[in-house]
Design a binder for this molecule. Structure first.
Ligand SMILES: Nc1nc2c(ncn2[C@@H]2O[C@H](COP(=O)(O)OP(=O)(O)OP(=O)(O)O)[C@@H](O)[C@H]2O)c(=O)[nH]1
Ligand SMILES: [Mg+2]
Length: 260
């Protein structure tokens, strides 16, 4: 049983990818359980097998602690840390090959707050786990915007401390030119640094980029580009996950080798 945590800024495509990728895995004859950790989501394109909303009434948290909707969401997740084992029990009953965990758009939960790591530790137990950090390809229209999101991706990885695969989403929405440019960044991350240098950055930031280019290239290296609409890149995403959790073995091959 492998855990895949789908993280990313609000609207980056977490729920859509959880839905599409779970369908894709099922088509490969692999079993999947989906977990929703977003207490505020109202509509989802899939029916989760375990759901934080069954345990935490965010509206009551809002009232009880006199919080606004965003603060209440963060408080709900903090409070839920003590109950996460219940989701683990629900998931274990199903014994799936993969557990896909859809997370809230409040990225600070996983990027800055200890609750994110605690949730992961409690839910994963000793199962191998990987985080996907989703980056909306829209941000790639400007290299400096992309640079900001890259730093956010690093902030999340520093906080949750799982191996992280960075995923560029919604690539079906790109012009052919931008699509080509992004694929080039992923193939040769140095080209991102040269595209970034063509943008006029304040001197201090320019020096920062040139003194630490690996900060940026490390996030693009081995990143995967996907679309949850056309399903482009699902096979590459699967291969990237397998490289992390099983050293590149196919799930079924690995199970077989563990038995014999
Ligand atoms: N064209 C296109 N649209 C997408 C894709 N993935 C997501 N979207 C759209 O982007 C919007 C946000 O997608 P969600 O999957 O809800 O994103 P999210 O990260 O779960 O959002 P929050 O949970 O609110 O943070 C929706 O309108 C989706 O239909 C994609 O691959 N291609
Ligand atoms: Mg969502």
């Amino acid at each position: 049983m492998y855990f895949v945590y789908v993280l990313g800024p609000a609207g980056s495509g977490k729920t859509s990818l959880t839905s599409t990728f779970s369908e894709w895995l099922k088509m490969q004859k692999l079993s999947v359980a989906t977990v929703n950790l977003d207490p505020a989501v109202e509509w989802m394109p899939y029916t989760p097998d375990a759901d934080i909303r069954d345990y935490i009434p965010t509206y009551d948290v809002m009232k009880k602690f006199n919080l606004g909707p965003k603060g209440a969401l963060i408080a709900s997740v903090d409070l839920f840390v003590d109950h996460i084992y219940k989701l683990r029990v629900e998931v274990e009953k199903q014994q799936p090959n993969y557990v896909l965990v859809d997370t809230p758009g409040q990225l600070e939960i996983f990027a800055f707050r200890p609750a994110g790591r605690l949730l992961i530790e409690q839910l994963s137990g000793d199962s191998r786990s990987v985080a996907l950090f989703l980056i909306d390809s829209y941000f790639a229209t400007k290299p400096s915007t992309m640079a900001s999101v890259i730093m956010l991706a690093l902030a999340a990885a520093f906080s949750h401390r799982l191996p992280q695969i960075n995923v560029l989403t919604k690539i079906d929405m790109l012009t052919p030119e931008l699509h080509g440019r992004i694929l080039q960044w992923l193939e040769d991350p140095e080209t991102f640094i040269s595209d970034l240098s063509e943008e006029k950055l304040p001197r201090h930031y320019e020096e920062l980029v040139y003194s630490t280019p690996e900060v940026f290239t490390s996030v693009l290296q081995d990143a995967v580009a996907v679309s949850s609409v056309t399903w482009e890149g699902m096979d590459r995403l699967y291969a990237a996950i397998q490289r992390v959790v099983a050293g590149g073995e196919d799930y079924l091959t690995e199970e077989y080798s563990e038995v014999y």
